[in-house]
Each structure stands twice: as C-alpha cells, then as structure tokens.
Design a protein around this ligand. Structure first.
Ligand SMILES: [Zn+2]
Length: 372
C-alpha cells in the first residue's frame, strides 16, 4: 500500500468546447457542427469510476489551486498569458492558437489545472503522499511557450517541472509522456534545459504532424536530453512494453532523475477515436509497474501522473482505474469489461516493423547525459 494523492476539481469539467466536428471547426460548409471530441464527460466518468469502486476514499485528496502568474510565466511568455486572459474574458471566448479554442472563463480553469499539477508535485515533495495522479483539464502537453495548441492552454507538465527545478531546487527531472500524440509543448519548453529529460512515446506523425521525430535530441548543454519514440500506428501492449524495456527505462537509468512526471493521455487505447493504437488496461497497468519500479530504484518512488488526452468515454475510466490501482496498491476487484475484446484484437504481438522503430529510438539512449 502506498499513499496516493488524487487531484480533481469539478471545474475542470466546466472547460467545455463546442461546435466542432472532431477537430474541425463547425461552420465549415460541409461540416455539421457537433459536440467537440474533447468531451468533459471523459474525465468526469474517470473520477466517478474511481468513486464508485471505493478507491477514491483510499486516496489522499489534494486540492487544486490557481497557479500564479510567476509560476505560469516560468514556461509561458507574457504575450501568451495575456492573450488567454483577454480571450477568456470575452463572452464568446476566442481561438488564438492552433486547434486550441479558448472558451469564456478558460483562463481561470487553465490556471487551476496548472496549479493542480503544482499541488501534486508539492504533495510528493513534502512527503504527504508517495505518488499522485492529477486528473487535469484542460490538458497541457501541446501548449508551446508562446501559444496554445491542440486543446491545451498552459503546459501543466512543464510548469510543474519548472516548479520542481526552480522552486524546490530538484537537480534533475524526467518526463515519460505516453499520450498517443507527441508531447511537443513539453519538448519545446525544455529543449535547452539539461536538468530535464523529456521522453515522448507517441504515434508517428499523428499530431503535430511535423514534430516528434527520433532525431530531435535536445540542443546545446541539453544535447541528449530529448528522446522521441515515434511508433507506427497499430502498436499493441507488447510493442509498448518493448519500447519501455529497450528505450524508456534504460534512458531513465542512465539519466538518474530525482523526480518522474508522466504526462498521461489514454488516447493510445484500442478504440480511442483520436489514435490508432491498441493499448488496453492491462497494458497501462504493466507500463505503470515499470515506471514505478524505475522510480523506486532511482528517486525514492517519486512519480506524478498529470492527465492529458484520451477521448473514449467508455474505456478511459478503466485505464485510469488500472493506473490508480497500481499507484496505490489497492485492488478494487472491479474488472475492465473491455479487456477481453481489446486483448483479442489481431496484431497485439510485437511485429518486425515495430521493432525497427523501437531500435531507431534506442540508438539515442547512449547519448543521454549521465549525472555529473
Ligand atoms: Zn493526445
């Protein structure tokens, strides 16, 4: 049993985007406006499943708070912060970035999500909890220092990381982003930062289509501290486990971080509307075990999961339950009703072209700088 913190605020689900068809703006001649794919019911149902299984009562409630301008400003430009403030104050909101609408009131909710990420790492640093899951919305990992992107307003994970480095004085942190999309915002915010190892495991050229390549390895003093593992569409749990065994875990063991942050999107799940991967709840359970073992070995178990994407109202809650059961060591006895179908999908086994992609990323592990 571990003390596991949980960050949730109902206001996260009030970040509501409208009038889209998938990721395409409504109002296009040929596109009937639809409910936006970034549906707040996904995180609400995740939270409710944790409650209904009895697990929520065994977790430590960590209240989210508003991140300050100073904290957000460690990652984002004043221009970006001010633009979000202005759009957010308009009754109709606005859309200044790429695929990132800013509804009315978004500034406060995005600040609460960034502050929730900070609260989660603070609770681990103080020893109040051993690890934590922050169920945040809006997500953060696409947001770049100077603009919002991909449903993300502020880069929650980079802001929490900067807080660890600049406020707590932590020497080295590492990110393992398992969202099906590339963690381009976290990469951009920390590309020159030798104190942060940023790893992203994602579907090759899904979003952004022009980022997330294996040859992006950081620059200057931070050369070797960015690791992209772009996987071909169709990878199942075996390919994901192989990517962790051959690239992610060896990179963490080389870098020896003092704290691990997992930008945790569940859109690599089989049947997610936004990704074309085949992960299932057992797969997420296995990856969580691998990351927790690395955290135990390297940094006293200090690991925090910050929620990112995931678009299936039906499957995401069960993926989240599996991760939280592993983090806390509590078995709820609730089984995932989708698991047998997901496991039976053809192509779950590790395939030759997937090995090729994993090997290409593994070549960069030797460039990860060792601690001084
Ligand atoms: Zn995603």
């Amino acid at each position: 049993m571990r003390r596991t913190g949980f960050v949730w605020n109902e206001k996260f689900a009030w970040f509501e985007l409208q009038a889209y068809g998938g990721i395409v703006r409504g109002g296009v001649d040929s596109m009937q406006p639809d409910r936006h794919v970034y549906d707040p019911e996904v995180v609400r149902r995740f939270r409710n499943l944790i409650d209904a299984t009895g697990l929520l009562k065994k977790l430590v409630d960590i209240p989210a708070r508003l991140a300050t301008g100073l904290e957000i400003g460690r990652v984002h430009t004043n221009g970006h912060i001010n633009q979000i403030k202005i759009m957010s104050s308009l009754p109709t909101g606005g859309e200044p970035g790429d695929n990132a609408p800013v509804p009315s009131g978004a500034f406060e909710i995005a600040s609460l999500a960034a502050g929730g990420a900070i609260a989660a790492v603070d609770a681990v640093m103080s020893g109040e909890v051993d690890n934590a899951y922050a169920l945040l919305r809006p997500a953060g990992h696409h947001s770049r220092p100077d603009r919002s992107m991909g449903f993300c307003i502020f880069s929650n994970a980079a802001i929490a990381g900067r807080h660890l480095l600049d406020f707590h004085g932590v020497k080295r942190i590492a990110y393992v982003d398992w969202d099906v999309h590339h963690g381009n915002g976290t990469q951009a915010a920390l590309y020159n930062e030798p104190r942060a190892l940023t790893i992203s495991v994602h579907q090759d050229r899904l979003y952004p289509v022009d980022d997330g390549f294996v040859d992006q390895i950081g620059e200057g003093a931070a050369l070797g501290t960015n690791l992209n593992i772009p996987l071909p569409a169709g990878c199942g749990a075996e390919a994901y486990c192989a990517a962790y065994d051959r690239v992610v875990i060896p990179a963490l063991q080389a870098y020896r971080p003092d704290f691990i942050i997992v930008p945790s999107g569940f859109d690599a799940g089989a049947m997610d509307p936004m990704g074309r991967m085949m992960m299932h709840s057992d797969g997420y359970r296995q990856l969580t075990r691998k990351l927790m073992a690395a955290a135990d070995e390297l940094c006293g178990g200090r690991i925090v999961f910050l929620h990112e994407g995931g678009y299936s109202r039906w499957t995401v809650p069960y993926f989240g339950l599996a991760v939280l059961e592993e983090l806390s060591g509590v078995e709820t006895g609730t089984s995932d009703p989708h698991l047998e179908y997901h496991k039976a999908l053809g192509g779950q086994e590790l395939l030759p072209h997937q090995i090729e992609a994993i090997d290409a990323a593994a070549a960069n592990v030797a460039r990860v700088p060792l601690p001084a």
